[in-house]
Design a protein around this ligand. Structure first.
Ligand SMILES: [Zn+2]
Length: 289
């Protein structure tokens, strides 16, 4: 943020210096003393604007997994994944909205179904040209093994392990609730877009930051950063991750995931990981197109 403002300021200073240096020479005869500054502002629109006004804020798109007729996974006591994802997403949005330098958007803020492909489409539409942006999809894991527990963060790429493929298949199954879901195998169309490919490294870096932050409050284990073909991450022109906060099918984790205090703790850590990323990218300027 600061570096961007500084950059803009430097560009305007340079522009002003150029105008001040050239205009008086060309118009020295008729120009009163203050004309050069008037001319500088009158000429300004003709010069490409460094950043659109809307891009002054960094965009974070929060995606609460599932919703509406798609309950997601269910816990042993009947808790539905879609309710927990929405609760955590709302907490996270509330925390982030305290920061006036962030533009916070939610793909859903109520119990409604949004097609997987539409979620990144919305994110891309909200993003102004050149605006730094992040997309985070929030989920709970599920397994037939009731003892499975822990947290993991995915970015979009071909699955490297059977377990990663299992998680993607499970999350992609939400498409069965969509009337116009593409019949294609998701893996057949992912990552063919170069605009998206360039965010892979950033997504992977951000996923690692999220895992580090969650590890500070989660009982674990830290299952690490993984990759798989998630439809919900496909087509995002920004770093995009899917966070599995824990196994809703594990009785202890189900209890934690539905605890308001614990939800707030997770939301705080996710907010910190978002700040970590933006701070990191302000240093490296990696988030910009
Ligand atoms: Zn899910």
């Amino acid at each position: 943020m600061h570096s961007k403002q500084d950059k803009m300021r430097r560009r305007f200073a340079l522009l002003a210096a150029l105008l001040f240096a050239t205009v008086p020479l060309a118009t020295a005869q008729q120009a009163p003393a203050n004309t050069s500054s008037q001319r500088a502002s009158a000429d300004a629109p003709a010069v490409p604007t460094p950043m659109p006004r809307a891009a002054a804020k960094r965009l974070i798109v929060i995606d609460a997994g599932h919703g509406g007729v798609d309950p997601g996974a269910r816990g042993p006591s009947g808790i539905r994944e879609k309710d927990v994802t929405l609760a955590v997403a709302q907490r996270l949005a509330a925390i982030l909205r305290q920061d006036p330098t962030l533009e916070v958007r939610m793909t859903r803020d109520r119990d409604t179904l949004i097609a997987l492909n539409d979620r990144t489409r919305m994110a891309n539409r909200w993003r102004a040209e050149g605006q730094p942006a992040l997309f985070m999809s929030i989920h709970m894991n599920a397994s037939d093994h009731k003892s499975a527990h822990g947290f993991e963060t995915f970015f979009l790429s071909e699955a490297k392990t059977e377990d990663a493929r299992r998680v993607a298949d499970m999350e992609n199954a939400a498409q069965r609730y969509e009337t116009e879901a593409p019949k294609l195998d998701p893996l057949s169309f992912i990552l063919h877009d170069l605009r998206q490919n360039k965010y892979l490294r950033d997504s992977s870096d951000w996923a690692a930051m999220i895992q580090r932050r969650l590890a500070e409050v989660h009982s674990g284990p830290n299952r690490g950063v993984k990759q798989a073909g998630f439809v919900v991450l496909n087509g995002a022109y920004m770093p995009a991750v899917l966070v599995e906060l824990g196994f809703i099918t594990n009785a202890q984790e189900e209890k934690k995931l539905t605890d308001r205090e614990q939800q707030a703790r997770f939301a705080r850590q996710l907010a910190r990981a978002i700040n970590d990323y933006f701070e990191h990218s302000a240093r490296t300027a990696a988030v910009r197109r």
